[in-house]
Structure formats: structure tokens, C-alpha cells
Design a binder for this molecule. Structure first.
Ligand SMILES: [Mn+2]
Length: 419
């Protein structure tokens, strides 16, 4: 018996409004559609049986007509190539009566004729669709349920039925599996627990909602595909879809295929002590960027500089960072570089400073004393600080305030010397 071969996509978020520079925003908007097109190409070229989209196909119900047409074009291509397109509604593209999903009507072609191989699961009550190959032979059963509203609170996974079938059985759902790493960064829509997925009759669960690609239940075929195109500095690394070949009664193992044209990366650079000039800094950072694939891949990179450098005072100024960013973009071909310099300090002998007979040394000594002495800390605290909070919390808060003070003092005193 042949397997059920499909592509699992999730969280396409087409037409997300992005932050960042205008040119980058424009590129990312286009890149998300390109990623979708790449995925459709792949499904057609590899003669897959279906593309499964696990929710949040588009980002906002105020979807533009241009993007609506672009989505329709891709769905039409799949239909014409004999590849099924099955999508469940998520919290960004809910399926209730007054929502955009129904008016989008992906199930019919421009002439209003039904597309035989397209189904959108909008109802919270799970439904099943039997997928066929190009000859009409059944190859798999997909059970899906959708979010009717933008804030579904029911556990939809718990509603999934046991289905008696000889075909591979697949679950398709947009859900917040509570125990998943990084789940805390996402809203708890259609929350579910690991136990909801411990069901041997399902060969695979194609999930959406958490944007990090991962197995959601250790040891079980329950997977988040992650989003299709990274949209911000938290969504780093290669993005794409999962290809699955499912057999009846066997847990399927997915394989990742990259589709996103633009990749976000985040890198911490702590070896800048020897960089005494702008040139040296650019050379050092260019090397890091080349290692990440700049010039070969379309990259947006956030560089976090940390450590001691003579360039620290310059790097604190936004216009200085911008100049370095532009230089790096020009030399490496990266789409955008975002330089962060909160973690750089001037190289000075802090011990020598502490031992010198100066006002700054005395101030540093006082700060150190106050950090150890709660009574002194209370004495130094401003009068209007809330007294209602728990005393230990109050002390911890004051200590946290103090912890940043020595570095600030040293920086200011040095800057004063040079003025
Ligand atoms: Mn979502």
C-alpha cells in the first residue's frame, strides 16, 4: 500500500504588517507570498496528494484584494494539478458567519464552480475529508476543526473522534498545546494538553499556532510546522513546511523543507575589544555575517554587541550605529542589519578607579555599601517610593536599581573627563 504524502504548513500569516524599515517591510510582505508559492511548487513538482494548512493563513481579516487574489491563484494551481488543499481556521482567520474566511470562499473557482479538492474547516466540530490520488483512489483521511472566532476558548483537540478506517488518519488543528516550549509567547486559543493527542489511530497531527517548528508531544507524531516566513527578530532560522508520508496505523516522521526566501538571524558578538576603528569593526562583523550566509542567503540580522570596546561611546548613538549598519548592508549584501549596543562598555581599569582618591571612587564605595546594608539602602531610597509593597520585594527592587548605577557613573565620569 502506498502512503499518504502531504505537505504540512502552518501560520502563513500572509500580509502581516511588519515593523522595521520601509524597504524591509515591503520585501517581507512579498516574501511571505513567495514562500507560499514555493510550497505550492514543491507539492505539485513532487506529486504530493495534499497541502494541509494548520490555521492563520492570513494575518488580518482586512486582507487586501491583491493578497486575496494571490491566495486564490495558488489554490487554483493546486486544484488544477490534482493536489488537495485542506485548511483549518485559526485565531487570525476565524471561520464564523461574519468573518472574512467565508467571503473568501476558497472552495469555489472564479466562475463559482466548486473546487473538488479544496476544503476549509471552519466549524469547531471536527469533520472528516477523504483525500484521493489523481486517479480518484482514496489515500488518507483528514479530520479537522476550525476556530469560529478570534478567541476560541474550547479544547477542540478533545473533540476529535476515533475514526475506523484502513487509511492513514491525520488530525489538522490550530491549537495551543499547553506544555510546548515557547507556548508562553502565544495566546491560549483552543488550548489542549498532551493527553489529547495520545491516540494510536492517528498517524500524524498537523498543528499550527506556535511559530517554532517542533514536536509538541515527545515520542508522538504531533508536530508544529512553525510559521512559513519569519517576521521579526524572534522568528529566526530557516522556515518552511513539513513533508509527511503517512502509513495507516504507523506514527509518521516529518521532514523539514525550507520555503521562506528571507531568513532572520540573531547573533551576539563579544570579540570586539581589538576593534579600534570603524573599519576594523566592519571587517569583524562582516566575517560573522559571511559565516551566517550573508551574500548567499537573503538575511535580516540583529547583531548584539557585548563587551569592552573603545568604540562604546560612539556606538551608543543611533546615527553612528546606522552608519555601521548601512556599511555592513552594502559590503555583505544583507537585506537589513540591526545593531544593538546596550551591552558594550568602555575598557577602563575599574579597580584602579575605585582605589583613586576621587569623588567617583567614594560614590562607588557608597553604592557597594548600600547593596550590602539594607538599612542604609532604605535611608537612601526616595521618600515617595511605595511603602505598601512587601519589604523584601522593596529591597530587591532598590538593589536592582543600584546594580546598574556603578557602570553608569563610570561612563559619565569618563565622558566628563573628555569634554
Ligand atoms: Mn494563531
Amino acid at each position: 500500500m502506498t502512503g499518504f504524502r502531504f505537505l504540512h504548513l502552518a501560520d502563513l500569516h500572509l500580509e502581516t504588517s511588519f515593523g522595521g524599515r520601509a524597504a524591509t517591510r515591503k520585501r517581507l510582505r512579498r516574501a511571505a507570498l513567495e514562500a507560499f508559492e514555493n510550497a505550492v511548487d514543491y507539492a505539485i513538482d513532487h506529486r504530493l496528494h495534499a497541502v494541509l494548512a494548520a490555521g492563520d493563513l492570513y494575518d488580518d481579516p482586512l486582507l487586501s484584494l491583491q493578497t486575496e487574489l494571490a491566495i486564490q491563484r495558488q489554490v487554483q494551481r493546486l486544484e488544477e494539478a490534482g493536489v488537495w488543499f485542506l485548511a483549518v481556521c485559526g485565531n487570525h482567520d476565524p471561520g464564523g458567519p461574519r468573518h472574512r474566511s467565508i467571503r473568501l470562499s476558497l472552495e469555489t473557482d472564479p466562475a463559482g464552480a466548486p473546487r473538488e479538492r479544496v476544503h476549509v474547516f471552519r466549524d469547531r466540530h471536527p469533520q472528516r475529508v477523504t483525500v484521493t490520488d489523481r486517479d480518484g483512489t482514496p489515500v488518507g483521511v483528514v479530520v479537522g476543526a476550525g476556530h469560529p472566532s478570534a478567541a476560541e476558548s474550547d479544547n477542540l483537540a478533545a473533540r476529535f473522534p476515533a475514526v475506523a478506517t484502513d487509511l492513514p488518519l491525520i488530525g489538522l488543528l490550530h491549537t495551543h498545546v499547553e506544555s510546548t516550549p515557547r507556548a508562553g509567547q502565544h495566546d491560549r486559543y483552543a488550548p489542549s494538553g498532551q493527553r489529547d493527542f495520545e491516540r494510536a489511530e492517528y498517524s500524524y497531527w498537523a498543528l499550527g499556532h506556535i511559530h517554532i517548528r517542533q514536536c509538541a508531544v515527545p515520542g508522538q507524531p504531533v508536530h508544529y510546522a512553525g510559521n512559513l516566513q519569519g517576521r521579526n527578530p524572534r522568528e529566526t532560522g530557516a522556515k518552511g513546511g513539513l513533508v509527511v508520508e503517512a502509513q495507516s496505523g504507523v506514527a509518521a516522521e516529518p521532514q523539514f523543507v525550507p520555503f521562506a526566501p528571507v531568513r532572520w538571524e540573531r547573533v551576539r558578538v563579544d570579540r570586539i575589544a581589538d576593534c579600534a576603528s570603524a573599519h576594523a569593526l566592519v571587517a569583524q562583523l562582516s566575517e560573522t555575517l559571511s559565516a551566517l550566509g550573508a551574500g548567499r542567503d537573503e538575511l535580516i540580522v540583529r547583531i548584539e554587541l557585548v563587551g569592552e570596546t573603545f568604540l562604546a561611546p560612539m556606538l551608543r548613538r543611533p546615527e553612528e550605529r546606522e552608519a555601521i549598519e548601512e556599511e555592513l548592508q552594502a559590503t555583505t549584501g544583507a537585506l537589513e542589519i540591526q545593531l544593538r549596543a546596550e551591552g558594550v562598555v568602555r575598557p577602563i581599569d575599574r579597580n584602579l578607579l575605585r582605589e583613586s582618591p576621587s569623588a567617583i571612587a567614594r560614590a562607588l564605595e557608597l553604592i557597594e555599601q548600600a547593596t550590602r546594608d539594607d538599612a542604609l539602602l532604605e535611608e537612601l531610597a526616595p521618600d515617595d517610593l511605595a511603602t505598601s509593597v512587601d519589604p523584601s520585594e522593596r529591597i530587591a527592587y532598590l538593589q536592582a536599581l543600584l546594580s546598574e548605577l556603578p557602570e553608569e557613573l563610570i561612563e559619565r565620569s569618563i565622558a566628563g573627563d573628555e569634554a
